[in-house]
Design a protein around this ligand. Sequence first.
Ligand code: ADP
Ligand code: MG
Length: 703
Amino acid sequence: MSVQNNILSSPIEYLKGVGPLRADWLKKELNIFTFNDLLHLFPYRHIDKSTITAINNIETNAEYIQVVGKLTNLQIIGERKGKRLTATLKDETGSIELVWFQGISWIQKILTEGSIYLVFGKLSYFNNTPQIIHAEIELYVPLQNNERKYFEPVYPSTEKLKAKGLNGRQIAKLTFALWQQITIESIPENIPENILTELNLLNRYKAYKSIHYPANKIEYNQALNRLKFEEFFIAQVRLNLVKIQRHQCSKGVIFEKVGALFNNFYSNHLPFELTNAQKNVLKQIRQDAAKGHQMNRLLQGDVGSGKTIVALLSMLLAADNGYQSCLMAPTEILAMQHYNSLNSLLQPMNISVSLLTGSTKAKERKAILTDLQEGKIKFIVGTHALIEENVQFNNLGFAVVDEQHRFGVAQRAALWKKSVIPPHILVMTATPIPRTLAMTAYGDLDYSIIDELPKGRQAITTVHRNEMQRMKVMEFIRDEVTKGRQAYIIYPLIEESEKLSYEDLMQGYQETKSYFPEPKYSISVLHGKMPIAQKETNMQRFVEGTTQIMVSTTVIEVGVNVPNATVMVIESAEKFGLSQLHQLRGRVGRGSEKSFCILLTGNKVSTEALERIHTMCTTSNGFIIAEKDLELRGPGDVDGVRQSGALNFKLASIVNDRELLEKAKQMAEKVLTDDVELKLANNLPLKNYLNQQKGKTNWSKIS
Ligand code: ADP
Ligand code: MG
C-alpha cells in the first residue's frame, strides 16, 4: 500500500475540529501538515482520570491533584492587579479554593455555580487552605465506556496555539478525532514478525494507539518500548543498506597483492612488534581494499594506541599496487610531525614523503603539484591544502584522514573526487567515540577498532590541584626537569577572544619564566597566531630537548609526540571538555618514564566540571571517558561526531536506551545477512515500509 491512498497522508485541515484556520496554526507552530504528522505528535504526559481524590484525603505534599465537586462562591474579588476570580469546590469530605488571575471574565462565563466539575491542577496552599491556581476544569461526566476518560493524553503545545484554543489537552480532541479514522490498515507493521515475537513487542498499530491512548501505565510503557525499538531498528537497517549498497555499487581500486614495499618494511624496518589489535585492523583493511569496492573505514583507537603505523602500512600497500596515497592532518604542526616521522621510518628504504600545507612556498608548491600529477610523488602528507581544487593526483588510491573531528563530511567527499575511481578512505579518530554514537552517526561506514595499547605502557598518574597548590606544582615540574624530563603547560583557548587567549598564555609564559629563569632553563612557547616558521622552531626546540618546558594553547592538542615529556599541566582545566583533556593527557606517557598529568583549577568549580575532573583522575581508558562525556553532554555536543540526521530520534535516546539500540543493531544485521533483498515473506512488511519512505533510502538499486 502506498502512502498516497493512506488516510494518514490527508492534509490536516480535513480532520474533524481543525479547518483551514487551525490548520495554519498547526503548520506554523508544530509543523503538523498531515494526519501522519499529528500521529507523531506524542503526548508528554497522561492524566489518569480514574483516580479522583476525596478532598480531605489530599496529601499536603501531593503535586498534581484531581478532584470532583460542586462549584460554589464564584466571584471576582480584588482591584486592578490584584483582581481575580475565585470559587470553592466542595465534595462530601471538604472543600478547596480555585483561583484564576487571567481570562477571568471568560472563565466566569463558562462556569455555572451549583454544577459538578472535574478539576485537575497543581496543589498549592494559601493561608493553610489548599488551592489550585488556573485549574483545568470541565463539567463532570461520570465514567462511561469512553476511553478518553481513563488516561487522557496531554500534548506539547505553544503559547500561540494555547491562545487559539489549542492547549495541551485540547489537542487531545484532535488526536481523538484522528483515532476515529485510523484503522489497523492505516498503520501497517514494519518489523518482521519473528522479531516482534522474540522481543515480545506490541504490533505497530497497537503501539501507536497505546502511546496516545493507553489503558494504563504498563501498556504505555510497552508502546514506548516498541516505538523506540522501531526507531533504532529502521535507522540501523537503513545505515546497513547504505553500506551494503556502497559495497555493491561503488567501484573501488583493487589492491590485489601485498608487495615488496610492505613486506620489506614489515620484516626489516618496523621499530616494534604490532599489537594484535593493529594486526587485525591491517587485515581488515587489506581484505576490504582487495574487494573492488571503495573502502570507507572509520578507525577508532585510544590516544597512543598506534594508529599512525597502521596508516603507514596501508599506504605502503597502496604503493605496492601502483597507487599514490596521502595522509591529511588537521593542523600544520601535526602534518609536519607526520611528515617527519613517516620520512624517518621510510628513510632506510630510500623512500621519501612530500609535504603540502598552506605555508608551502609557491615555487616548491608548483613543483609538488607537477610531481603529483605526473605520479612522481607516491606519498604525500598535508593539511586541507591537499583537497584544494588545483591539487591533481595521477592515481590516488588511498587517503588517510587523521583526527576525524576537524574535518567535515564535505571535505571527505572532496577527496573522493580526486580520482575517477574514488580512493579508499581511512578516517582515524582523535579520541574514541562512544559505541552507541559510533553505531548511529557512523553506522554506514566500515568500522575498525584498536582496543589495546602497545605493551609496556606505564599508567599516567592524574591529579587535581588548585590555585593554592601552584608552588608545589612548579616544584614538581622542576624536579622532573632536573631528572632530564620535559613538561607541557597548556592554557585554554578562550573562544570569544583570540586576544584574551593570547594574553592569558603570555602572562602564563612570563610567570613560568619567573619560576624557571634563563639561562638555567629554557622555555618554548606556542600559539595559534604565531607564524608557522616560528611555531616550527619552537616545536623543534622542544622535540630536540633544547627547551625543557612547552607553554602552549591547545594547538598542541592532537597527535604531538615527544616521548621524553613526562608532565602535562593543564591550566584552568575546568574549561576543557573531557575528550580534549584526555587528548591532552595523551601527549605524555609516550616514553619509558613514568608520567603525570596535573589538572589545575581555581577554587570554585562547577559540579559538572568537577565530575569531568574526577573522571580524568580515576580512569585513563578513552572508551570509558567517551561514554562519560556522552552522558554529561548529550549526543549533539560530543567532540568528533558529525552532525547527523541519524541521531534525530523522536523517542529513543542513545544514552538511556543503549540496550535497545544494541538489540536493534543486532536484529537489523541479522535480517540483512540472511535476506539482503528482503524477499522472504517474513521481511515483506519491512521492505514495503522502506519502499514507502522513498527518497530516504535508495532502495531501487538493491531490489
Ligand atoms: P595515536 O593512535 O594516538 O595516533 P601513535 O600512532 O602516535 O598513536 O602512536 C603512539 C606511540 O606508540 C608512537 O610513539 C608509536 O611509535 C608507538 N607505537 C605504536 N604502535 C606500537 C607498538 N605496537 N608497540 C610499541 N610502540 C608502538
Ligand atoms: Mg595520532
